[in-house]
Design a protein around this ligand. Structure first.
Ligand SMILES: Nc1nc2c(c(=O)[nH]1)N[C@H]1C(S)=C(S)[C@@H](COP(=O)(O)O)O[C@H]1N2
Ligand SMILES: [Mo]
Length: 392
């Protein structure tokens, strides 16, 4: 049997809150549900090793306002039984604009290329809304230094697919895409972010990726900070494309200029340049990505043992061929256990048993085994997490 010394665990966690519930659910998943043999059998989970580098942000609590408003999700306590981020802990990039009155009716204006202008009431979207499943959202500017990669969350969404909406609208002949715009008047745009959220998509991309206007998140109406009453979700595309407080949808053709929002995010969405025309922007998709969310220290008899626990997300098809490396001088090896992503629009978990040979600093990187798979951020070691091991 595996035992967890709860008091030790909390003490050793130093800064990272580790709950007994978390430890329990991990044990079930890691050792009882999975039939693999492993060397932690009979051991005690003694602590969580903090990651080195970057600030320690305020986790799971909204702070600041408008364009500067953020919530950084604490990913360290994820478990396979708890893969959905509760609404109140879902990351926030830009909080509810001061100019909106939530009690007034909301509608989305449809126009462009000489089409008959019309509006869709948010109430109608709510009535027509259907379950869309779990989808991960990640801010393209998610980083270690300020946020410990916590601008990344997963929710169960519901809404109306753009395909369905477009069926009723009969796009003008020349239409190749849509410009989708959200309300963005904030009292205090004083940070580096530029107001005006608007992205242009081809009709093909919207359809191929199953884009929808979301009205619900985890079974509740969209929270205000997450775009109430209507936001766009384009599965697998970075969060910056998922416009909140959507109030305008326009048909556009090949000649449409890129929006200031697309230009602001050009490098974070891996564009080749800050293009002037929308048609030169590549789909702002998340490649396959993976990172550790915590490193556990175990005692098995008199021996120190470690387990690295992490997530994988993004990409165009679910995969399990994940490799891990701890130092430049070592080779990549397959992770001990990989759940994979159930559907690749969401995230999945993996873990790796680890026996560091010496007290040292370790820089943990991951890779997909198949070299033909595009992994731009993993190639750059963007999600590298480092730990210092002081007991072996
Ligand atoms: N209107 C509007 N929509 C927006 C933004 C914004 O500033 N204004 N930020 C975008 C960015 S950069 C991200 S990462 C996501 C964040 O969505 P969330 O706060 O619900 O997690 O919203 C996107 N939609
Ligand atoms: Mo973002």
């Amino acid at each position: 049997m595996i035992s967890v010394n709860r008091r030790e665990l909390l003490k050793a966690g130093a800064g990272t809150l580790v709950t007994a519930a978390l430890a329990r659910s991990w044990l079930v998943w890691g050792f009882e549900a999975a039939s693999e043999t492993h060397s932690l059998e009979g051991g005690t989970l003694e602590g969580i090793i903090p990651f080195i580098g970057g600030d320690e942000p305020l986790f799971d609590t909204p702070f600041d306002e408008g364009l500067d408003g953020r919530l950084v999700t604490d990913l360290s306590n994820l478990s396979p039984e708890n893969l959905v981020t509760p609404n109140e802990k879902f990351y926030i990039r830009t909080r509810y604009p001061i100019g909106i009155d939530p009690d007034q009716p909301w509608s989305v204006a449809l126009a462009g290329l000489g089409s008959e202008p019309r509006t869709i009431e948010a109430d109608e979207l709510v009535r027509r809304s259907e379950p869309m499943g779990q989808i991960v959202l990640e801010c393209s500017g998610n980083n270690r230094s300020l946020r410990q990669f916590g601008l990344l969350s997963n929710a169960e969404w519901a809404g109306v697919s753009l395909d369905t909406l477009l069926e009723d609208l009969s796009p003008p002949e020349a239409a190749t895409g849509l410009r989708i715009t959200g309300y963005d008047n904030h009292a205090r745009p004083r940070g580096a972010s530029i107001p005006g959220a608007s992205w242009i998509f081809t009709l093909n991309d919207l359809s191929a990726h199953g884009a929808f206007l979301a009205t619900h998140m985890n079974g509740a109406p969209l929270p205000k900070d997450h775009g109430f009453p209507v936001r766009l979700i384009v599965p697998r595309w970075y969060g910056c494309c998922c416009i909140k407080w959507v109030n305008r949808i326009e048909f556009i053709d090949e000649t449409a200029a890129a929006t200031s929002h697309m230009k602001e995010f050009y490098s974070r969405t891996h564009q080749s340049a800050r293009h002037e025309l929308a048609r030169d922007y590549a789909p702002a998709v998340m490649d396959h990505a993976a990172m550790p969310v915590r490193v556990e220290r175990w005692r098995v008899g008199r021996k120190q043992r470690y387990r690295v626990v992490g997530i994988m997300w993004g990409g165009d098809e679910p995969r399990r061929d994940l490799l891990i490396r701890f130092q430049d001088s070592e080779d990549y090896v397959p992770v001990s256990h990989c759940d994979g992503q159930g559907r690749n629009q969401t995230w999945g978990m993996w873990w790796h048993e680890w026996r560091p040979k010496k007290k040292d600093r370790y820089d943990i990187t991951l890779r997909i085994a198949d070299p033909s798979v595009q992994t731009r951020r993993l190639d750059r070691e963007y999600y590298m997490r480092s730990v210092r091991i002081t007991k072996v």
